[in-house]
Ligand binder design. Structure first.
Ligand code: MN3
Length: 223
């Protein structure tokens, strides 16, 4: 079994001007592809990883050889997080949440505008490489929460199901936006795929994290 780099769900120029084509091509074809290659190399090195989904590998470090854990977390996390990130964006579709997700955002944050502000503030406060997330608790009635994670960590590791994610590593924006992370963060709202976020919210019941941990998920292709 080999882990596969998923195709981008849009053309590399589709998210211009907010995310430029060169950044997307490098980000997907070099960075994400690199994490997939690292993961496949680890599977060759540690046969007990064979047949396990990237989500399972990320969520079950205790079942891995101790010397493999850090490398597996970085590679599997990079693969899972980028697969989610591509799906979080679209050139078309709703530019604001609707339906039950919109209701939940209003209930948890007061308003969509407040949510946006808090999401951007959380992202801006991340020092170095990391991610900003909207994720849903698997306990406590499924509250929505903004997370930031460093490296390739993911809120799944804390029992929260990811609804929306933005990549805060410099490779996600530096070619176009240089040091202006705030410009990237603000422009990113114009390419968020709220239809996908709504689908993820609908599938985020209290069993979702466990399902990912045991079955993996359809975003992560293997051959
Ligand atoms: Mn990245």
């Amino acid at each position: 079994m080999k882990h596969l780099l998923p195709a981008l769900p849009f053309d590399t120029a589709a998210l211009e001007p907010h995310i430029d084509a060169r950044t997307l091509a490098l980000h997907h074809g070099k960075h994400h592809a690199g994490y997939v290659a690292q993961l496949n190399a680890l599977v060759e090195q540690y046969p007990e990883l064979e047949g396990r989904s990237a989500a399972w590998l990320l969520l079950n470090p205790g079942k891995l050889a101790e010397e493999a854990r850090v490398a597996v977390r970085n590679a599997a996390g990079g693969h899972v997080n980028h697969s989610l990130y591509w799906r979080a964006m679209s050139a078309r579709g709703a530019r604001e949440p609707s339906g039950r997700l919109a209701d939940a955002i209003a209930r948890n944050f007061g308003s969509f505008e407040t949510f946006r502000t808090r999401f951007e503030e959380a992202a801006a406060a991340v020092l170095g490489s990391g991610w900003v997330w909207l994720a849903r608790a698997q306990q406590n009635g499924g509250l929505l929460r903004i997370f930031t994670t460093s490296g390739h960590a993911n809120p799944l590791l804390q029992g929260h199901f990811p609804i929306l994610v933005n990549d805060l590593w410099e490779h996600a924006y530096y070619i176009k936006h240089e040091n202006r992370r705030d410009e990237y963060l603000e422009g990113w709202w114009a390419v968020v795929d709220w239809d996908e976020a709504a689908r993820r919210f609908e599938s985020s019941d209290h069993t979702a994290v466990n399902r990912w941990a045991t079955e993996g998920n359809m975003l992560l292709e293997v051959a």
